[in-house]
Design a protein around this ligand. Structure first.
Ligand SMILES: Nc1nc2c(ncn2[C@@H]2O[C@H](COP(=O)(O)OP(=O)(O)OP(=O)(O)O)[C@@H](O)[C@H]2O)c(=O)[nH]1
Ligand SMILES: [Mg+2]
Length: 300
């Protein structure tokens, strides 16, 4: 085969799996930059987000997706599943992510959804730092690989950064010959407003009890650079008054803490000093209201 050094290779890779397996952590680790929010809670990622990594004449465009779930109990929920499923068709490679050595019903559900697809699937077994007994891991790998064929199986730790190059190496082999899709310097398809809103939602998700994060959405009302300070005004939407009270906290303490943590992350990401103003508003039943969902950026 004639391998011209001017040839470029570029392709899309979807990272799929149930919630909480570490898909967004993996994307950030690959990029060496935090563009996708993470939390030890269910259903953290809500929108597809692209992470672009270009090395020499190879461009890998990773698609982080919301965790696929079986039970649909709101329009937001259904939007999230559609976001994930819509990534199936458009990509060249799929990374199916699971956690070693825990196999759940929802892993099976994702695997079944993949069964109709004739695309190369890489099995990524994450959180191996939590599995000291390697024989257990081998047994687990054997059990999953009996279920379908994978082009590669890579045990890794997205958080610790273990074996990430091995995964990227497998992806590289599968990139088709294509012109580069994005400028070499571009790392994501999302704009600064989206990233800022997500940072705030991450702090809310990490900070608040199990149910509340789901009822929260964030919109950036203003983002302006003035005298080298990035001024950000954002509104946090919740569904009920009681939730607003929890987010604000006694004497405004919770909101203050969330604002401080979010500001620090924004300063890291945007490389500017940030002045952040946060508001909290109640919007009844927004997770089930088509019009409100659209206004908040949840579009199918
Ligand atoms: N111990 C350990 N924890 C990890 C690893 N990778 C991710 N985590 C943690 O697992 C939790 C979930 O990670 P996320 O990246 O948010 O998971 P996700 O699959 O994107 O979840 P959804 O967006 O809800 O679908 C976070 O608390 C991460 O810090 C890992 O390799 N080892
Ligand atoms: Mg995620």
């Amino acid at each position: 085969m004639n391998n011209n050094s001017n040839d470029t290779y570029a392709g899309y890779i979807a990272i799929l799996g149930r919630t909480n397996v570490g898909k967004s952590t993996l994307l950030n680790q690959i990029l060496g930059k935090k563009i996708s929010i993470t939390a030890d809670k269910a259903q953290t990622t809500r929108h597809k987000i692209l992470g672009v990594k270009t090395v020499d004449n190879y461009q890998a465009v990773y698609v982080d997706t919301p965790g696929i779930h079986k039970k649909i109990d709101s329009k937001l929920n259904s939007y999230m599943n559609q976001e994930a499923f819509s990534a199936f068709g458009d990509v060249d490679v799929i990374i199916f992510m699971v956690v070693g050595t825990i196999w759940q019903d929802e892993d099976e559900f994702v695997l079944e959804a993949l069964s109709k697809l004739e695309k190369p699937v890489i099995l990524a077994i994450n959180k191996v730092d939590l599995v000291p007994q390697k024989e257990k891991l081998l047994g687990y790998i054997k059990k999953i690989s009996d279920k379908r064929e994978f082009v590669a199986i890579v045990p890794l730790s997205a958080e610790k950064g273990t074996n990430i190059e091995a995964l990227e190496g497998e992806v590289k082999k599968l990139l088709p010959k294509n012109p580069l899709f994005f400028p070499v310097s571009q790392q994501t398809d999302r704009d600064d407003k989206f990233l800022a809103a997500e940072i705030i939602r991450e702090k809310l998700t990490r900070f608040l009890g199990q149910e509340l994060p789901y009822a929260v959405s964030v919109m950036i009302d203003q983002m302006k650079l003035k005298k080298d300070i990035l001024n950000v005004v954002a509104t946090i939407y919740v569904e009920r008054r009681g939730q607003k009270i929890i987010i604000i906290g006694k004497g405004g303490e919770v909101l203050k803490k969330i604002g401080m943590l979010a500001r620090r992350d924004m300063e890291d990401l945007f490389a500017h000093k940030v002045f952040l103003q946060l508001w909290v508003k109640v919007k009844n039943k927004w997770t089930n209201d088509d019009k409100l969902l659209q206004q908040m950026g949840y579009r199918n």
